[in-house]
Every structure is written in C-alpha cells, then in structure tokens.
Ligand binder design. Sequence first.
Ligand code: GAR
Length: 195
Amino acid sequence: PTNIAIFASGSGSNFDKIAKKAETGHLTCNVKILICDKEQAMVMEKAQALGIPVFSFRAKDYENKEAFEKEIVDRLQEEGVELVVLAGYMRLIGTTLLEAFPNRIVNIHPSLLPSFPGKDAVQQALDARVKVTGVTVHFVDEGMDTGPIIAQEAVRVTTEDDVTSLQSKIQQVEHRLYPAVIQQLVEGEMYRVTT
Ligand code: GAR
C-alpha cells in the first residue's frame, strides 16, 4: 500500500470516505496522518474515531508559512508519506511542501476549474447562474486551484438548487471520484498529466 497523508480543515467527509476505503482495502493506501489547521474542525473527531494520528497546528503560532510547513514535512517524512491528499484544506501550499513532494500533492475542488477557484465555489456557481458545475481533482502548484487537471465530473444545476442542495450533489460526486482517482494514481506511475 501507498502511504498517504490527508490535509483537511473542515467537516472531513472526504477524509472519512478515503480513510474508510483504505481501512477496508478498497483503496490500496495507508492513511498515515491527518494534517489539520483548524482547532475545532470536525475532521479531527473522525480521525480519532478511526485511530489515525493527527498533526494539528495554528498558523499564527509560527513566524511564517515556511516554519510550519517545515514541521509538517518532518512529520510526513517520519511517517513515510508518498502522496499528499488535500481535502478541504483551505490554505495555499508553499514552496517548502511543494519541493518536498514534487508532483505528489493532489487537491479536490467543488467546481469545474478553471471556473470558480478559491472559496465558496458552490455559491460562485449559483451566482453565475451556470447550468452545469462539478468537481475537479488536480495536481497542486503554487497557485490557487491552478495545477494540472487529473479528472473532472459535471453536476447539473437546476432552478430549484440552493447552496445546500448543490453542495450535497457535488459532495456525492466527490466521495466517489476522489478515492477512484487516488487509486489510479497509486496503481500507476504518479506523474504530472501536463506540464
Ligand atoms: C470539499 O467540498 C472540497 O471540494 C472543498 O472543501 C470541501 C471539504 O468538505 N475544497 C475547496 O473548496 C478547496 N478550494 P469535507 O470537509 O466534507 O471533505
């Protein structure tokens, strides 16, 4: 199995799906550690319930991004992590992590990138009155939701949709798509699709 780390700061539904699939052998990965930057995040309880170690930190306790990313890289190397999976980690990845894990950091985003990057992607799609939005899995670079795209799946927006209903449709797709893409990555050679 491939040793992976998941970075998450929110409710942790993607974390939970991936960790449970790994536990049951449906995903040939070991989730070695959760990295979390929010003290009250629900995802931490999910990690505890599954017995997965957590490294949680507050960015404001460190002088700069490099300082906390160095500590994260140390922890990831201790755990033998080979692939970093971002699942609702709402923070830009800096050079320290990018250089330690070149082409080995992936992210999921709730829109069809390059549309609606950043925060509140679901609300952005509603505001734009698009008829189709979706989910993107991509390699992470220094930009905000800008790296090479690995997979996308469309989700239809209806006139009845509000942020809750659309988010729930998008998350159902995420919970299926992300584990499938991770499995593809760990089965094949992990390489950048485009450069
Ligand atoms: C997911 O929908 C993910 O796509 C989004 O955060 C949510 C986390 O949900 N990520 C971004 O918006 C990244 N820019 P979860 O904590 O329930 O997995």
